[in-house]
Design a protein around this ligand. Structure first.
Ligand code: ADP
Length: 214
């Protein structure tokens, strides 16, 4: 079974003082091994909520989320959150090694992975000794060094210049080529040139899906 995650007619609502917000509205999608999928849409269109539903961090109000990710839990799933989530008391290398220990082992070397994104000289620096772009690449390395079955990335090139964005995208592609499924919320045209399919969301709904690979 190559399908890892499936959302069928998933709706997620938030009740606020000002009324009910339908953040995700009858969304259906599937992620398969080897997929590199872009999730595009303006701010507030529901991208992060869709990622949280895929991760099981939020539950649907209607519809179903079916997951076949093996191994389950943190060994199979890696996340690159917008807020990065690096531990400030650990160096770049230690942040990655700790994730490896918690997630059942790294499948790529931490220092090599950092080196492939231009961080080879900075592996022993702490997050507050790194620029935002460098910190974001550490968070990318932490996820891709696991070679996860499912990789969920929220704007992983937001802080990158052209050259470094390419290096980040290369790393996401390695995970997909290794048989993982990668879904990435992005506005970045550089990334959209490299995804196999792009899902466009607006007001919580999927308005189009385009495939660039045959
Ligand atoms: P995006 O990631 O595309 O910016 P989100 O998924 O974060 O969009 O948000 C979709 C909609 O749901 C927005 O209108 C947002 O204000 C609303 N929303 C998100 N999280 C909450 C929450 N915890 N409570 C209330 N409304 C929320």
């Amino acid at each position: 079974m190559s399908e890892l995650i499936r959302l069928d007619d998933v709706t997620r609502r938030y009740r606020t003082a000002a009324g009910t917000v339908v953040a995700v509205d009858a969304v259906s999608l599937a992620l398969r091994r080897g997929d590199l999928v872009g999730l595009i849409g303006p701010s507030g269109s529901g991208k992060t909520t869709i990622l949280n539903l895929i991760l099981g961090w939020e539950q649907p109000d209607d519809g179903t989320v079916t997951t076949h990710v093996e191994p389950s839990g943190w060994s199979g799933v890696a996340v690159i959150p917008q807020e990065l989530g690096l531990l400030p008391e650990l160096s770049a290398r230690e942040n990655i090694e700790l994730a490896g220990r918690l997630g059942g082992g790294l499948r790529a070397d931490a220092v090599e992975t950092l080196g492939s994104m231009g961080l080879g000289e900075l592996v022993d620096r702490f997050p507050d000794e790194l620029s935002m772009g460098e910190q974001q690449r550490v968070a990318v390395a932490r996820a891709v060094a696991m070679r996860p079955t499912l990789l969920v990335a929220d704007e992983p090139t937001a802080h990158q210049d052209e050259r470094h964005a390419d290096l980040v995208i290369d790393q996401l592609a390695i995970v997909a080529n290794d048989g993982g499924a990668v879904i990435v919320a992005t506005h970045d045209a550089r990334l959209l040139d490299r995804v196999g399919s792009a899902i466009q969301v607006l007001d919580g709904r999927i308005v189009s899906t385009t495939w660039s690979n045959p």
